[in-house]
Design a protein around this ligand. Sequence first.
Ligand code: SF4
Length: 221
Amino acid sequence: MPKPSSWENTQENSFFVDIEKILKILKRKYPVSKSVRKEKPFRVLISTILSQRTRDANTDKASAMLFSVLKTPRAIADAGESQIRKLIRSSGFYRVKAKRIKEVSGIIIKKFKGKVPDNLTDLLSLPGVGRKTANCVLVFGFKKPVIPVDTHVHRISNRLGIVKTKKPDQTESRLMSMVPPAHRLVVNELFVRFGQDICSPVRPKCEKCGLKKICKGKVYP
Ligand code: SF4
């Protein structure tokens, strides 16, 4: 694939081969074709809000429970907070989140005619929705080529030496300038799976890591 001229003769360009190689290696280990299929934007939005400061397994449980009973923005907006709280109890901060997802659902009904918006500005106007959540909705709900940067993407990008940043927003901006649009959809999915499996926050399994030869990280045991 030809590189756009904006990638040429830049500092970022020196990382281009590395990130393409990294994604290729990760794709071999974690086939993503099924997991990046388009999901319902409303489900992605609510599940991502539920995932905030919560372990993945507990998020999945809370999300499954919620959507087994309340499937639409209208159903959540009309439900009582106590019912929502019971359904999402496995999520951290479930009291705050019950209130928030009811509020978000009500706004989607009133302001956006029941449809989750497909642009960053409107998504960021929703309470409790930051860049990571908004970008997750754009990637997984609408297949737009952006890169949600969560704790896994931020940590792994820095460990590998792809970026040198302090904040997730800076990581997002650097990755967006380095990763060609065609590859952006899979970055979050691949890095999350790699972070859960090998490059964990504490004691990464460097000895088993397929990227150790190219990793510029400083966390080798
Ligand atoms: S070598 Fe270690 S720090 Fe580097 S990517 Fe692999 S697991 Fe993470």
